[in-house]
Design a protein around this ligand. Structure first.
Ligand code: OOB
Length: 564
């Protein structure tokens, strides 16, 4: 085995400055093509093929709309012609900020068909994030819904247009509102209608503009909790593999009905296998306008949903609500859970309450995906976060000085592979700190690998609290706290302390009617055999945790609140 090189990249690669992103070296392109990971089609080219293969089958259900594969492909042609009439074309960036509705899908593919690039903002993002995405990408357009979840996105759009001069177009799903009088606001429906007329008048169809499968298809947002969110360039061919292989691991077929309960713009419901993986096999995708149990259970029963994906706090909500409501989930066969550590207790409650198998997914927008397999033993499914998707995923578990840890020991996960990026978009400086010279990506996740190859996530490198020189792993302490019968949710954070640098604060949400006190918790943990230095210094009992845009517990925000 060659010694892993984790030395920082000395300087941006040639070409990075020009293009703003890092392509795979030629040797790897060859390798991934030869091994069959990468095909020679763009994602919108694949949509054409799916329309031919699955034509009349239902591709998409959103509210009262049911759209066949053939109609979806047509709608994408119409919209892309409309976008082209605004002067939007190859290499243009647009921030796409849509909730789960049909337009999310048509916009995504229409942009690809033009060679334009969507930046996949999440509905919960607000002005600070959107302006950051728009500036960083040099966006010419901003695509929003009129209103969603009690928020008027057109008002936000006005602020963004004023603040970021490159943004010339605001495209609105629904009512473009009074802002349309100022010229920059256009309704997506009228744009598609205009595009349709133009297409019918033209002698030849508005064909794709010839982006290559190795070009950027879309920019995902990093889930990272340090600094500003990064943009993640995913190419057509790496993302197509991502979706296709994920669908295979889930045994997805044309008979499946996939429910998008998480925000569609997130990698998990978009391509793991999500929307793109479902389309690839001719399955039906159902958009949930909200992820609440009432909305989700209604859709599962009405559409006979077979597969869906959730983050752990959402899965907990569903499990608890199912206990009360007794929903009809007889169609459901698989619930994927990922995005944050799923505790074993919750994992075990999913099959009996939701009537489906659980699959743990440990993934990241940067690429690497790990899945528990459908035929893994329960023990593995409940206690591990899965094993890598691809044979060609290279995994290294390294200690702080870049040396491999002994098998089974905890270390930081580094990875490289056919769908893991080689650099963030327009982030040459930051890239030198998180990508090794050999292209390995430093995930920041602490893991240990089981003899079966499955990974167990033990926390984040930065989520270790240094209390006077002693290292307390937040993730480990959280797992112990969660075994306490009165604790529903736990998050451990370090708070500034004049004496020891950082003190250990356990924030907990008690179970309904549950009471917790620091002294009793410490006794409980001590009885479980925890060392004295692992015990929390403070206990914060809260009614609710703050959540990130995709619904993970937001520790940064929690820390900020606790510090105040
Ligand atoms: C998914 O992607 P991101 O980019 O929002 O977040 C990635 C980070 C990982 O580096 C890890 O720290 C954490 O989220 N994470 C997990 C986890 N899945 C993700 N930590 C523990 N257990 C898990 N199962 O979150 C994402 C992307 C694709 C599929 C699923 C999740």
């Amino acid at each position: 085995m060659t010694a892993p090189s984790t030395a920082p990249v000395p300087a941006p690669h040639q070409g990075e400055a020009d293009e703003g992103w890092v392509r795979w070296p030629a040797e790897f392109v060859q390798r991934y093509q030869d091994a069959g990971y990468w095909g020679d089609q763009t994602l919108d080219g694949l949509l054409r093929e799916w329309a031919r293969r699955f034509g009349p089958a239902t591709a998409l259900v959103s509210g009262a709309e049911r759209i066949s594969y053939a109609a979806l492909d047509e709608a994408v042609d119409d919209l892309s012609a409309g976008l082209a009439s605004l002067g939007i074309g190859p290499g243009d960036h647009l921030v796409v900020h849509l909730p789960n509705r049909a337009e999310f899908v048509t916009v995504l593919f229409a942009l690809m068909r033009l060679g334009a690039i969507g930046v996949m903002a999440l509905p919960a993002h607000r002005r600070v994030e959107i302006e950051h995405f728009a500036r960083l990408s040099g966006a010419v357009g901003y695509v929003v819904a009129d209103r969603h979840g009690g928020f008027d996105y057109r008002e936000l759009a006005r602020e963004v247009v004023d603040a970021v001069p490159s943004v010339r177009h605001v495209l609105v799903a629904g009512d473009p509102g009074p802002g349309s009088g100022r010229g920059v606001f256009t309704g997506l429906a009228e744009l598609a209608a205009a595009g349709r007329s133009a297409r019918l008048a033209a002698t030849s169809g508005a064909a794709g503009v010839g982006r290559e499968p190795g070009d950027i298809a879309l920019l995902l947002i990093s889930g990272g909790t340090t600094g500003k969110p990064k943009l993640i360039p995913r190419t057509h061919r790496d993302y197509a593999y991502n979706a296709r292989a994920s669908a295979q691991v889930c045994g997805l077929t044309a008979d499946d009905v996939y429910l998008v309960a998480l925000p569609a713009a997130h990698n998990f419901p978009l391509a793991c296998p999500g929307i793109l993986g479902a389309f690839g096999v001719g399955a039906t995708v159902v958009m949930a306008s909200a992820s609440s149990p009432d909305v989700v259970f209604d859709l599962i029963a009405r559409e006979r949903v077979t597969v869906t994906a959730a983050v752990p706090p959402l899965a907990r909500l569903w499990v608890e609500a199912a206990g009360w409501e007794g929903p009809d989930t007889t169609s459901l066969r698989l619930v994927q859970v990922g995005g944050a550590k799923l505790d074993e207790g919750l994992a075990q409650r999913i099959p009996p309450t939701l009537g489906a198998r659980v699959q743990q997914v440990f993934g990241m927008a940067e690429g690497l995906l790990n899945f528990t397999r459908l035929d893994d033993p329960d023990e593995i499914v409940f206690t591990s976060q899965g094993r890598p998707l691809a044979e060609a995923d290279e995994i290294r578990v390294l200690d702080g000085s870049g040396r491999p840890v002994a098998p089974g020991q905890v270390g930081e996960l580094w990875t490289r592979g056919p769908y893991t990026i080689r650099g963030y978009y327009r982030a040459a400086e930051h890239n030198t700190t998180v990508f090794g010279a050999d292209g390995f990506f430093r995930t920041g996740d602490l893991v240990r690998q089981l003899p079966t190859g499955h990974l167990v996530v033990e926390g984040r490198v930065k989520d270790v609290i240094n209390r006077g020189g002693e290292n307390v792993s937040a993730g480990e302490l959280e797992e112990h706290l969660l075994t306490h019968p009165a604790i529903a949710l736990a998050a451990v954070v370090g708070l500034p302390d004049p004496d020891v640098g950082e003190s250990v604060c356990a924030a907990v949400v008690p179970v309904a009617g549950g009471a917790v006190r620091l002294k009793e918790i410490k006794n409980y943990l001590r009885d479980r055999g925890l060392a004295r230095f692992m015990l929390p210094d403070r206990l914060a009992v809260v009614g609710e945790f703050p959540y990130t845009a995709v619904g993970k517990i937001d520790k940064r925000e929690l820390r900020r609140r606790l510090e105040q």
